[in-house]
Design a protein around this ligand. Structure first.
Ligand SMILES: [Zn+2]
Length: 271
């Protein structure tokens, strides 16, 4: 049981390390075009491991398919198991707004080297080897904790989230007043009315929520020195919980520590 748990943790760390290496190599290239894809590519790697069912060939074909996707090619013939992307087809608008790379670009050449790196592919083989269904679930829960379930985590979805935060934080603004206390209005063109309408002018927007997010991020970084320690802490809590429930399963009632120690000492004294 314990050995199995350790194995899972080891795979998670291995995988974490591999993804970190890929990110690092992409960033080291200092290629601005490639930089836009770092997050998506690292999410893709997690996604591939989590959905390959322990099949090394499938994992590698999924992983290397990023080289098609990134140049806006979503179906191909040069593979055995993965012959198309797994995302929904893009609308024309959605498709045209993504920062696709050109096959002949420097960025693509660099990514190709990172993705097809022999040592990386070998490591992926190893990661897959020991992962069984149960472990996959555990890795998957880690994956969904740190990256959203959707495979593509785009700039657009970031913007949508920020827009929602902005909206929610500014929804209850009061009507603006002049220095003398008169309510302020504005004239605004209304499409349904087909003319100008008078609207209450609101007080200026507040962007304090940005600060709150930054403070939250910093606090989180300070409280958990690293992803590893945070994960280890979670594991520890789970293990403690399991220990407690194991005793309860066997119908044991936990005695008070003082009683148990006194009992232990009395046995020792009688010897
Ligand atoms: Zn695609």
């Amino acid at each position: 049981m314990l050995r199995e748990d350790h194995k899972t943790i080891k795979h998670e760390f291995d995988l974490w390390h591999i993804v970190k290496g890929v990110k690092k190599r992409m960033l080291q290239s200092r290629n601005t075009e490639l930089k836009e894809w770092v997050r998506m590519v690292s999410n893709h790697l997690w996604y591939c491991v989590c959905t390959c069912d322990g099949d090394a060939l499938l994992l590698k074909e999924k992983w290397t398919s990023i080289l098609h996707h990134i140049i806006n090619v979503h179906e191909w013939l040069s593979a055995e198991k993965m012959l198309k992307c797994e995302h929904e087809p893009y609308s024309e608008e959605d498709g045209s707004s993504r920062p696709w790379l050109e096959r002949s670009s420097k960025a693509f050449g660099t990514l190709q080297k990172v993705v097809m790196d022999k040592r990386l592919l070998k490591k992926l083989d190893k990661v897959t080897e020991g992962i069984h269904t149960g472990e996959l679930e555990s890795i998957h829960s880690l994956y969904t904790k740190y990256v959203p379930k959707r495979k593509k985590f785009t700039e657009e979805s970031f913007q949508a989230r920020l827009a929602a935060l902005d909206h929610n934080h500014n929804i209850d603004r009061e009507q603006a007043q002049t220095k003398k206390g008169a309510l302020q209005f504005k004239l605004q063109y209304s499409k349904p009315v087909g003319g100008y309408v008078v609207k209450a002018m609101k007080t200026p927007k507040s962007y304090n929520f940005r600060r709150e997010i930054m403070v939250g991020v910093v606090e989180r970084c300070l409280s958990a020195s690293s992803m590893r320690s945070e994960l280890a802490e979670h594991r520890h809590i789970d293990a403690e919980k399991e220990k407690r429930t194991l005793g309860a399963h066997k119908g044991l009632v936990k005695p008070s520590k003082e009683d148990a120690v006194a009992h232990h000492l009395s046995r020792f004294a009688n010897k």
